[in-house]
Design a protein around this ligand. Structure first.
Ligand code: ACO
Length: 351
């Protein structure tokens, strides 16, 4: 059975740089607070009405496709991970297909809703399609346009200062080269903490899951027939996060899922040439680095420049690490992510 290799990689971040200082113009926060807690100095915001999650994904995808030595017409299957889609439905997969001009209808598309772990889930699904011989060119994209859905009031500042916009993409192809490509992937979840990092409105729950104020959307004039009138006032349509629980769980699950990948393949932490953690918070990455005993050259962080771009963070970081020569042919590269769901995952790749 062949392995799947990353045949092409690309990333895109919008031009507009928003520094912590810029944020203080409309959020009650400070550069000092943000840098001390998260390591973030600036992030990118997309141009409203000109860019969307899909168009950013397309820019990254075009680069990945070109570097893979194929054309958009060669793409057999598209997997798109995001929590900030252009539409509630249909998903970004079909929009990307249209944007790229993949006109042959044999190319299927799949949307992945696993937030910060979305790219790891997408990569893992793509890997299975390639390994099983179903597809030869699978396009895997992670993209987010957070800036259009953040709560810039004091209520939401713990989340809004973290997030940024951007996109990353890879093309997976089969390789017969022994020991090359994606060696293993590991995916996990724990739905008992689903609301600890979530956008809960609008949705079909209508108060089903609990008594928190934001669950109780106002009754509609149609009585029991639920409509979404008025949910905006509750803030339920913005991301809500129990930051401390996310932090505490992440620093346990990151090393755990990385060790799972290493144990499966018979490697040690010292064998890793480059760790690309999901860029959630620089403090989380530093904690993981210390736990695994990795030197500074063996971990890549760019959250300082881009903030947390959720499903896009791993492919953007992977792309930048590769473009700057920090990942070379033959390197053992580990990807890992943890986020809303809770969901988490890892992948080990021989580059
Ligand atoms: N600026 C200034 N003050 C703030 C801000 C802000 N942006 N946000 C919160 N505060 C204040 C709070 O009001 C609170 O003030 P108080 O003590 O007077 O009540 C104080 O700072 C502490 O607030 P906390 O929310 O408890 O802040 P915490 O120390 O937990 O830090 C942070 C927040 C940075 C978000 C941290 O919890 C964290 O990084 N958690 C992990 C987040 C993460 O990794 N998310 C990734 C997943 S994202 C995804 O999957 C979609």
């Amino acid at each position: 059975m062949p392995h799947a290799k990353i045949a092409g990689i690309g990333c895109y971040v919008p031009e507009r740089v928003v520094t912590n200082h810029d944020l203080t113009a409309f959020i009650e926060t400070s550069d000092e607070w943000i840098q001390e807690r998260t390591g973030i100095k600036e992030r990118r915001y997309a141009k409203k009405h000109e860019e969307t999650t899909t168009t950013m994904g397309a820019r990254a995808a075009r680069i990945a496709i070109e570097r893979a030595g194929i054309t958009a017409e060669d793409v057999d299957f598209i997997i798109f991970a995001t929590l900030s889609p252009d539409y509630y439905f249909p998903g970004c997969g079909v929009l990307l297909q249209r944007e790229l001009g993949v006109t042959h209808c044999e190319a299927g598309t799949l949307d992945i809703r696993n937030q910060c772990s979305g790219f790891l889930y997408a990569l893992s699904v793509g890997n299975q399609f390639v390994r099983g011989g179903v597809y030869k060119n699978v396009l895997v994209v992670g993209a987010e346009m957070h800036s259009m859905g953040l709560d810039f009031s004091t209520r939401g500042r713990n989340v809004s200062v973290i997030f940024g916009d951007g996109a990353g993409a890879v093309v997976l192809q089969p390789t017969e080269e022994p020991g090359q490509g994606i060696l293993t992937t590991h995916l996990h979840s724990n739905g008992t903490e689903a609301e600890q990092l979530a956008v809960i409105g609008p949705g079909s729950h209508g108060g089903y899951y609990g008594n928190r104020e934001e669950y109780n959307f106002p009754e509609s004039e149609f009585g029991d027939i639920f409509v979404y009138d008025g949910f905006e006032a509750t803030g339920a349509h913005f991301p809500n996060m129990n930051g401390q629980l996310v932090f505490k769980t992440a620093v346990v699950k990151f090393p755990e899922v990385i060790m799972e990948a290493l144990n499966k393949t018979g490697y040690q932490p010292s064998d890793i040439d480059m760790l690309i953690p999901h860029q959630a918070n620089l403090r989380i990455s530093q904690f993981v680095q210390k736990t695994l005993g990795l030197s500074d050259e063996k971990i890549f962080n760019n959250i300082q420049k881009y903030g947390n771009t959720t499903a896009a963070s791993v492919p953007i970081a992977l792309c930048e690490a590769w473009e700057t020569g920090k990942i070379k042919a033959g390197d053992l590269v580990c990807l890992a992510a943890f986020g809303s769901g809770f969901t988490w995952g890892s992948a080990l790749i021989r580059w």
